[in-house]
Write a protein that binds this ligand. Structure first.
Ligand code: HEC
Ligand code: HEC
Length: 329
């Protein structure tokens, strides 16, 4: 009798503690919450203290500005739709004159990219300010040149006045300043979710099934690569345990040492199709493929369903994604 009572007591105690101990377990496995405190958040997204509301707004206009492309018809927002998951929902990116990415590369999301160690699938860029130089010049994306961008921006009075407001009246508006200002806006594209609320201490933010999903996600080993504040965003080996089903499509071989940037799992329900070459439509199938090629394990349907519930809980709250008013010619 005494023993049973003790056991019952332990059960009740542990279920009260389950929320807290799961938070500890997640943190011990390097899952990090987006801070709910703005000062703490800005220490991470703006470590040099360079963001101002005016700069963020100017960066936003430039992010939506098609005149930064050669044919004045494509902006960053064309392929990174902020109303959707921050990408374009097609398998391969389509840019200048309908050109497709030569490596059959899928557009990744820009949401939460500020948390990534490296940018691009092969990790060739260190940060958002540097990254933005790529697509503007890429022949299959916006197909412009730095000189063309400088000429276009300097010819629009409202932009000249905006740049002066942000950087002072003697500012020289060059290509690097345009791209770093776009990067400043992108730094703010973070989407806290109920998973973050949970890690930040609200033990009821996730329901029982979502908590179970998180636990399965950790126990199966997904967390070995999908970790940090981005729940992804580091460079990791790909098809380690078995060959990727569609490795024949696009011929992309990864970056240094064959490493590929781990996709973020934040807002993952909104960013289909999946993988660097956009070859998987269903998230459920991606989970199975990941278990097979990255972990070399069999995963049951029940575990897949459970992980899926956790991934859905990573859908975040977006802000400042409405279209800005662009300056007239
Ligand atoms: C034609 C579609 C297209 C346009 C236009 C475009 N991108 Fe991209 N973006 C992509 C593709 C495809 C990749 C992946 C390319 C690679 O890895 O080589 C990418 C990668 C990125 C990444 C890296 C994210 C990650 O997970 O590594 C960021 C950030 C980004 N783009 C921002 C921008 C910005 C800023 C602009 C405008 C200056 C822009 N993009 C214009 C398609 C596009
Ligand atoms: C050894 C590291 C590693 C492990 C373990 C791992 N992943 Fe991945 N994951 C990656 C890499 C690298 C990519 C990017 C591959 C690509 O796009 O070609 C990725 C991509 C994904 C994607 C697609 C992201 C997108 O936007 O296209 C999902 C979803 C995913 N993983 C879920 C999981 C789940 C669930 C598990 C556990 C069953 C898991 N991963 C285990 C490294 C890993």
């Amino acid at each position: 009798m005494k023993k049973e009572k003790l056991l019952m007591g332990l059960l009740v105690f542990s279920s009260i503690l389950y929320g807290n101990s799961l938070i500890e377990k997640a943190k011990n496995n390097n899952l990090l919450a987006i801070p709910d405190n703005k000062i703490e958040l800005y220490k991470i997204i703006d470590p040099k203290g360079l963001l101002t509301p005016e700069k963020i707004l100017l960066g936003k206009k430039l992010f939506f500005e098609p005149r930064l492309s050669k044919a004045s018809d494509i902006s960053c927002a064309t392929c990174h739709d902020l109303k959707a998951g921050g990408d374009d929902n097609v398998p391969v990116a389509v840019g200048h004159k309908g050109g497709k990415n030569p490596f059959h590369l899928n557009s990744p999301t820009v949401f939460n990219a500020v948390f990534f160690d490296r940018q691009f699938w092969d990790g060739r860029s260190p940060d958002l300010e540097d990254q933005a130089k790529g697509p503007i010049q890429a022949g299959v994306e916006m197909a412009a040149t730095p000189a063309l961008v400088e000429q276009r921006v300097n010819a629009i009075a409202e932009y000249v006045s905006d740049f002066k407001k942000v950087y002072g009246k003697d500012v020289k508006i060059d290509f690097d300043l345009v791209t770093s200002t776009i990067g400043a806006f992108e730094r703010t594209l973070v989407t806290p979710s109920k998973f973050d609320d949970f890690l930040n201490g609200d033990t009821n933010a996730l329901n029982k099934e979502e908590k179970k999903g998180l636990n399965t996600f950790i126990d199966k080993g997904c967390v070995g690569c999908h970790k940090g504040m981005g729940i992804g965003g580091s460079m990791q080996p790909f098809d380690v345990a078995a060959e990727f089903k569609f490795s024949n499509i696009g011929g992309f071989k990864g970056g240094k040492g064959g490493l590929i940037k781990v996709g973020t799992l934040r807002n993952i329900t909104q960013t289909a199709p999946y993988f660097h070459n956009g070859t998987f439509e269903k998230l459920e199938d991606v989970i199975k493929e990941m278990a097979r090629i990255q972990l070399g394990i069999k995963i049951t349907q029940e575990e897949v369903d459970s992980i899926l519930l956790f991934l859905k809980a990573l859908d975040g709250r977006k802000s400042n994604t409405d279209n800005p008013t662009l300056p007239k010619e």
